[in-house]
Design a binder for this molecule. Sequence first.
Ligand SMILES: NC(=O)c1ccc[n+]([C@@H]2O[C@H](COP(=O)([O-])OP(=O)(O)OC[C@H]3O[C@@H](n4cnc5c(N)ncnc54)[C@H](OP(=O)(O)O)[C@@H]3O)[C@@H](O)[C@H]2O)c1
Length: 258
Amino acid sequence: MATAVPPAASRIAVVTGASSGIGAATARRLAEAGYRVVLTARRKDRIEALAEEITAAGHQSTAYPLDVTDRAAVDEFATAFRTIGVLVNNAGGALGADPVATGDPEQWRTMYETNVLGTLHLTQALLPKLDASGDGTVVVVTSTAGHATYEGGAGYVAAKHGAHVLAETLRLEIVGRPVRVIEIAPGMVRTEEFALTRFGGDTEKAAKVYQGVAEPLTADDVADTITWAVTRPPHVNIDLLVVRPRAQASNTKVHRES
Ligand SMILES: NC(=O)c1ccc[n+]([C@@H]2O[C@H](COP(=O)([O-])OP(=O)(O)OC[C@H]3O[C@@H](n4cnc5c(N)ncnc54)[C@H](OP(=O)(O)O)[C@@H]3O)[C@@H](O)[C@H]2O)c1
């Protein structure tokens, strides 16, 4: 199905966590689809470099450094817009892989604050602007961890379940308003930083996550999925899209070749 250029009132797409991985790839794809992409993340240098790259490619992009856990900063950010078309809540990630018995409460707290409250902050602040566009879309990037658990994953799984519940509840609460709520739940995606961040920079542990897996998803695979869902006609709501690599049948059933 061909995708149309978004109408003026809904042409701005805000992407959180756009400094790396899925967020950066999504910003590139949405820009190619005709959106003016607003890149946010904490690392200013990275989003500025990406905004320059997107602009040099003939698209429209701006960078705005933002910590999604900082509510005052998010509210200030929202004042920059009259209307926006798309909000991609992508900022987040996992910290640690310890069992419940020994997991670090501080890591659990950070995961909840980033994946759940970060999504809540942006969604609350920008919902009036999405409404005002007459055709808004909220995307929540959760995970297959938002739908089933695995040993060592409880802190992340709990946070992503929280993000899933936010998306599902919001969809119920705003039905009748011109805003769609789309949840994208990826399985294993090999991005540069996700596993490294999870394991505190330990490259060996990070590499093990993908060991022997023929083709984990790439950031661009997920960006393609997000962009496809966002560019459906306004009356089509992709509620939930689970996307995994072929080699992964569940969070715990992964085919490894070595
Ligand atoms: N990779 C996977 O296997 C996988 C699978 C399923 C779901 N996901 C989810 O997909 C999303 C993107 O993951 P990824 O693989 O692309 O990981 P990534 O490369 O580590 O990206 C995480 C992004 O979140 C941003 N971020 C983290 N904390 C933030 C904060 N407090 N405020 C603002 N931005 C913050 C980071 O930017 P700064 O550090 O510059 O702020 C970064 O841009 C995450 O929500 C993740 O949970 C990933």
